[in-house]
Design a protein. Structure first.
Length: 134
C-alpha cells in the first residue's frame, strides 16, 4: 500500500486563553487544515474518514473556531464551517494515518482517495519513503 506525506493549508493559530480556540486569519476553503501537529477537518471530511473504518481508529474532537479581525475584514459575511480536531494516533507508513517524527501527516492510499474527494487544493502531497524500508 503506497503512503504519502500531506502538508495541509496552514491558516490557523491556536489561542491558549481558556479552552483552546483555533483562530483563522484566512481560509482558502480546504476541508483539511493544519498547523502541525494539529490537524483540523470539516464535518463532511470527518464523516468520510470515519466511514473508512480504519484498523487504528480515527479520533475527532469538536473544537471552537474563531475568525480574526483580519479574516472578518477580508471576508465580510463569510462564515467558517464547523471544524473537528483530528487526533492522529497511528504509525506513519504502517497505519492509515500517522505522524512522522510527531509532526508530519502520513496517510495511506485509501485515506488519500478520501481526501481527494474533498477540497484539499492548498495541500502539498509528497511521496513518502520510509527510511526503514528504503
Amino acid at each position: 500500500m503506497p503512503f504519502v506525506l500531506v502538508k495541509p493549508e496552514t491558516s490557523i493559530r491556536v489561542e491558549r486563553r481558556g479552552p483552546p480556540a483555533y483562530r483563522f486569519d484566512y481560509w482558502l476553503g480546504d476541508d483539511l487544515m493544519g498547523s502541525p501537529p494539529v490537524f483540523l477537518v470539516t464535518g463532511r471530511l470527518k464523516d468520510a474518514l470515519l466511514a473508512l473504518d480504519p484498523e487504528v481508529p480515527f479520533h475527532f474532537e469538536p473544537i471552537r473556531v474563531e475568525s480574526s479581525s483580519f479574516y472578518l475584514a477580508r471576508n465580510p459575511g463569510r462564515e467558517l464551517p464547523a471544524f473537528w480536531r483530528w487526533h492522529v494516533e497511528g504509525r506513519p507508513g504502517v497505519d492509515d494515518a500517522g505522524l512522522l517524527a510527531g509532526w508530519d501527516l502520513v496517510v495511506s492510499g485509501r485515506v488519500l482517495e478520501a481526501l481527494l474527494a474533498f477540497r484539499v487544493e492548498q495541500a502539498q502531497i509528497l511521496q513518502f519513503r520510509d527510511r526503514a524500508t528504503a
